[in-house]
Design a protein around this ligand. Structure first.
Ligand code: NAG
Ligand code: NAG
Ligand code: NAG
Ligand code: NAG
Length: 469
């Protein structure tokens, strides 16, 4: 039913035209993370150090689940850490192009934005999997840009085993431990050392992971040879994000965020008793839906609704005054602690008119990081909305990634403004033109300041059945 959505059908049509790949049927069907034994850590894994590889396998990668991708793809299950410090395990997918650069890799944090493990990128990337995590499916095109430039790319299930969406600390540690795991896997990948250079990047939900990995790098994984971070549309203050999303066309991101924050690996011990006390029948249904569906379905199911309505929880608008809620939300603001400041260059970009993630909060994060001695290049996009800016900024992000690997990013903080909302399809060279055209097509459908995205979400509301799993 989602394939009738205009954005995705347009991208699919373009993809089919640009990818000269034959169709084939996979012989081994990928299994959902909730039942696939690969995701179960072996007994005693808790005593292994963070980043230890617990399982490995090769998988058949795909575009959109059904177009085979000839790239070599490996998956690692690795040990990482829950918010409360306990050992947990999650997976990363490593894409290796034909003749890769052997001293570096890109860590790409896709915006899967869901609290259901079925939406884990490691599952959605595999051939033969129904594409319910459509954002990660489209962002697969951005991974392809890096692959065609010769980078090995790792894309982790940074929300961890419970899919703790919005819990920045677990995501940051999940990213850093995936970097350790890939570094530990250097021989198999043909990397020349166990300390490859790394640049991390992600947009929107993927920028929560990127921003927190950048913030925790110095304290949690200082040995990693990270050269830079690029993050756009960053939800740097969950309270601000929540207030902007509430009762908007994008309020469907809220139930998976609440569900994600209340997972055992996140803040379950604190938040679950509160939820049990205040949740209504309708609120419970919303959380249950979120725990079993991916982002697009969530957007349709919770279109223009308010978390602060007593239909969902009995505290109503006073929810934000609750001390438990306040402490969890405050634990998720980037830039509040000076010892959580990035120590390598960061590129931050954000649209002034971002209708999903507040610009001012990202601006505050940059000010705070710069005040604490970070090197941040901050670009403000004056003409795009949230979705359009991800695509418009891509050439600048790719250039930053390259400069960070080269070690030529200027130290210190700088700000600039991009007025243009046009993307030159040749910006990354002739060989990458088809990919940029495919992304541009998505942009075209998104419309001026994402106007059409909002309209489409409204259409989804009427086409996505609300009942059933
Ligand atoms: C990948 O696909 C090939 C051919 O379709 C199949 O023989 C092989 O078993 C698959 N490998 C995995 C790991 O699924
Ligand atoms: C986070 O956002 C809330 C709501 O906009 C605001 O009241 C608070 O001051 C912000 N916190 C920081 C540290 O910026
Ligand atoms: C700590 O995290 C672990 C791993 O997710 C979880 O199983 C456990 O319930 C948590 N304990 C507390 C007290 O939060
Ligand atoms: C990075 O270095 C390579 C090789 O020296 C060079 O070709 C490229 O232009 C540099 N790119 C950036 C963005 O600095």
């Amino acid at each position: 039913m989602y394939s009738r959505l205009p954005v995705w059908t347009a991208i699919l049509a373009v993809l089919l035209a640009v990818l000269p790949t034959a169709f084939s049927r996979p012989t081994r069907r990928a299994e959902d993370p909730t039942t696939d034994p690969f995701y179960q850590p072996p007994a005693g894994f808790e005593s292994q150090s963070p980043g230890t590889i617990l399982r490995e396998r090769q998988v058949n990668a795909s575009f959109f689940g059904f177009i085979p991708d000839p790239v070599d793809a490996y998956q690692l299950l690795y040990r990482t850490t829950a918010v409360n410090g306990s050992a947990i395990a999650t997976a990363t997918t490593i894409f290796k192009p034909k003749s890769p650069k052997t001293d570096r890799f890109v860590s790409f944090h896709t915006a899967y934005d869901s609290s259901s493990p079925t939406c884990n990128p490691s599952y959605q990337y595999q051939l033969g999997v129904e594409q319910t995590g459509l954002i990660s499916s489209v962002e697969r095109l951005i991974i392809q840009v890096y692959l065609e430039k010769g980078y090995i790319v790792s894309s982790s299930d940074y929300e961890g085993p419970d899919a703790a969406f919005a819990a920045g600390r677990i995501e940051g540690m999940g990213v850093l431990d995936s970097m350790r795991a890939v570094s530990n896997y250097h021989e198999k990948l043909g990397l020349s050392s166990d300390s490859p250079a790394i640049v991390g990047t992600g947009y929107s939900g993927g920028a929560i992971a990127t921003g927190w990995a950048a913030a925790l790098h110095a304290s949690y994984a200082p040995e990693l040879n990270v050269k830079g971070w690029a993050q756009g549309g960053t939800p740097s203050n969950l309270t601000g994000t929540l207030l902007l999303l509430d009762d908007s066309p994008f309020s469907g991101f809220i139930p998976p965020a609440i569900d994600g924050l209340s997972k055992p690996s996140a803040y379950g011990a604190e938040v679950t008793p509160l939820i049990e006390r205040i949740i209504t029948e309708k609120g419970r249904e919303a959380l249950e839906f979120a725990s079993t569906h991916c982002a697009v379905a969530d957007l349709g199911n919770f279109f223009s609704q308010s978390l602060f309505s007593t239909e969902f929880q009995t505290l109503g608008p006073a929810l934000l005054d609750d001390p438990t809620i306040q402490s969890v939300l405050n634990d998720n603001i980037l830039g509040t602690k000076s010892d959580e400041t990035p120590t390598v260059p960061v590129f931050v970009y954000h649209a002034t008119y971002d209708e999903i993630i507040p610009y001012d909060d990202a601006d505050r994060m940059v000010t705070s990081w710069c005040g604490n001695g970070a090197s941040v290049a901050f670009t403000t996009y004056k003409s795009g909305g949230h979705a359009t800016t991800e695509v418009i900024a891509l050439p600048a992000v790719v250039e930053f990634v390259e400069a960070a690997f080269n070690g030529t990013v200027e130290e210190g903080c700088s700000e600039d403004t991009e007025l243009d909302s046009l993307l030159d399809p040749l910006a990354l060279g002739v060989s990458l033109e088809p990919l940029l055209v495919a992304l541009l097509d998505a942009l075209d459908v998104a419309g001026e300041k994402d106007a059409n995205v909002q309209r489409d979400v409204r259409a989804w509301e009427t086409t996505v059945p609300l009942q059933g799993v």
